[in-house]
Design a binder for this molecule. Structure first.
Ligand code: UFG
Length: 351
């Protein structure tokens, strides 16, 4: 299939681009590099053995998005593009609602104009809110989220559900990610947060390379086996393969819209993860226990039955592999991706 990957230069997007290429799909990346480095495209070309087509575009620009869809003539769209920092979304709610919703509206409008009826959307486990039973089942309702970021995901799921009801020929997979971690096994692609990392694994990785002094563990007085929170960490390469499985399943879907959890199905504590990371690095790292972070839930993980039964997909990479791959990436790229691109590729479409 020919796939337009919106947000394809980002952390999960870039890994998915490689997984798509490995399965013989044809890819066009659409990204504005607002939260990704252009040099990701060099790394993708290096790993793919050929340049990857790029459309540099702000997807909230409806006219430009329409041009991109017209030019790239995709069979399907995978939509990763959006803002994703929970704390920032509380401070800048308007930016989150505007960016995440407008980019989706532009893509949906352009897809309708050009008769593209296959979509895979990046959703999040955050849509289960505070009350869903653990492990979270996709059938749970009502969806709710505790942050503006999370509410953009709930809203977009609702928009896509309504759009699917109005056009029964559409096929849309809503992929609810749990906690994506890990890096490409080559050490050439990984997570490169701008500024101070909000999430556990990139923070520990920066402690390991000396960019941060110590990890702050947000609370060890939860009602969990070691008192720290449990999350469902999933290797980004498993997640990328989950997108390919969902894309290839769209045609066989019985209903226009279907949600799938992408997680490992297991809970891992903050302490277990930190200890595994120290073991991968081969020396102790510093950590201190501080107070709970407001809004954190004690423990949740995915019910992975539906993805296994319907997509034929399940996560295969364990905790040790996740942290080893992050360490390989972070130690080889202590400051993340290079700021500049090595060079422009001939098939890259100018902005
Ligand atoms: N944690 C620490 N110290 C840190 C960072 C995190 O102890 O410096 C702990 C948190 O308290 C939590 C666990 O590590 O128990 C994981 O925290 P992350 O911030 O890495 O991930 P979250 O589970 O909070 O966030 C994830 C996704 C979001 C999503 C959110 C809510 O990254 O996109 O779940 O479902 F919105």
């Amino acid at each position: 299939m020919r796939v337009l990957v919106a947000g394809g230069a980002g952390y999960i997007g870039s890994h998915t681009v490689l997984a798509l290429l490995a399965r013989g799909h044809d890819v066009v990346v659409a990204d504005d590099f607002s939260n990704a480095r252009p040099s990701v495209m060099d790394r993708l070309a290096e790993l793919a053995g050929r340049p990857v087509a790029l459309e540099e575009v702000d997807l909230t620009d409806e006219a430009r998005t329409e041009e991109v869809v017209a030019r790239s003539e995709p069979d399907a769209v995978i939509h990763f593009a959006g803002l994703k920092a929970v704390g920032e979304s509380v401070r800048e709610p308007l930016a989150y609602y505007r960016t995440n919703l407008d980019a989706t509206f532009s893509l949906l409008t352009a897809m309708r104009t050009h008769d593209v009826r296959r979509l895979v959307f990046s959703s999040s486990a955050t849509v289960y809110g505070d009350h869903a039973p653990v492990p979270y089942p996709e059938s749970y309702e009502p969806l709710a989220a505790a942050s503006p970021y999370g509410r953009t995901k709930v809203m977009i799921e609702q928009v896509l559900t309504d759009v699917g009801l109005a056009d029964p020929d559409l096929r849309i997979a809503l992929l609810r990610y749990f906690n994506p971690v890990g890096a490409h096994a080559s050490g050439r692609l990984g997570e490169d947060p701008q500024g101070v990392p909000n999430n556990l694994v990139p923070y520990v990785a920066q402690v390991a390379v000396g960019r941060r002094d110590r990890l702050q563990i947000y609370g060890d007085d939860y009602d969990t086996p070691d008192g720290t929170c449990l999350r469902d960490y999933i290797h980004v390469e498993d997640l990328a393969e989950g997108h390919v499985a969902a894309l290839e399943h769209l045609e066989a879907m019985a209903t226009p819209v279907r949600a799938f959890n992408l997680g490992s199905g297991r809970g891992t504590s903050v302490r277990e993860l930190f200890d595994a990371f120290c073991a991968a690095v081969g020396r102790p790292l510093e950590a201190e226990v501080v107070g709970r972070r407001p809004g954190d839930l004690p423990a949740y993980w995915a019910d992975v039955t539906r993805a296994a039964d319907e997509l034929g997909w399940r996560a295969t990479r364990g905790l040790e592999e996740m942290v080893a791959d992050v360490w390989r990436w972070q130690s080889a790229n202590p400051d993340g991706y290079p700021r500049e691109r090595a060079g422009q590729h001939p098939d890259v479409t100018p902005a």
